[in-house]
Design a protein. Structure first.
Length: 241
């Protein structure tokens, strides 16, 4: 019986060169093969896509290949959860109603194989990231989403590409600056009952034993192709590279 949980994050599909986009899709296909082999649950810890926006009758066509891979997992009875990240503000009901993937818009707390697990994408966790937390409220405002939906889809996606590109250019400095804040957040969660804390967003894979628990940063599916596997109560940080 399959008893393994897989977690990965931050592929930012649609953000890079054609060659890198093909490599990311290949690696997602590889992790889907692993999940089919011995997994019963897959969790995407945010930012699978660099930009996702749902119109009433339109969704991004360039991502259908990856959506098909996920659909095949669901057909085999594998449960899939999606914890939204900072590039996932505008997900509506497509994943839940059309795909059957459970969407969690903040954190996810659950038990698996006797372990209490806390999952969060991690955007806005750092103490000095107050500017982003302000922007987060703007991006998630329902009226602002309604206004953006008035743009023709081609315009909307072009504009989003420019905005997210600027955000990515600021990533490296932010990652190093916020590492200690993310560790402190994990330490607090472990102190108050969690056994495993998994955070994404920084694109820097890490695993550390803190007291009797484990803190992991899932890394990314752009450079490291790292993922988390929890099996028989043991947690591992692995890579497809």
């Amino acid at each position: 019986m399959a008893v393994a949980l897989y977690i990965f994050s931050d592929a930012h599909l649609g953000a890079h060169s054609p060659d890198l986009e093909e490599l990311k899709k290949k690696k997602i296909a590889e992790i889907c093969v692993l999940v089919k082999k011995d997994g019963d649950r897959l969790i995407i810890l945010g930012d699978l896509f660099d930009f996702w926006f749902e119109y009433k009758f339109t969704a991004p066509k360039e991502h259908y290949q990856v959506l098909f891979m996920l659909s095949e997992l669901l057909k085999q009875g594998i449960k899939i959860d999606y914890v939204s990240g900072n590039h996932d503000f505008w997900m509506d009901d497509f994943f839940e109603k059309q795909m059957g993937i459970k969407l969690h818009r903040n954190a996810l707390d659950f038990e698996y194989d006797g372990k209490k697990i806390h999952l969060i994408h991690g955007d806005g966790l750092a103490k000095d990231d107050s500017g982003y937390r302000f922007l987060k409220k703007i991006f998630r405002n329902r009226f602002n989403i309604w206004l953006y939906r008035k743009l023709p889809p081609d315009w909307a996606y072009a504009l989003a590409g420019k905005i997210s590109g600027k955000s990515r250019r600021q990533t490296s400095q932010r990652d190093v600056q916020f590492i200690s804040d993310y560790r402190q957040y994990a330490q607090a969660k472990l102190k108050f009952g969690s056994n495993i804390v998994v955070i994404a967003h920084l694109h820097i894979p890490a695993i550390e034993q803190i007291d009797k628990g484990t803190y992991i940063n899932s890394g990314d599916f752009i450079e490291h192709f790292s993922y988390v596997k929890i099996e028989h109560g043991q947690v591992s940080l692995l890579s497809l590279k």
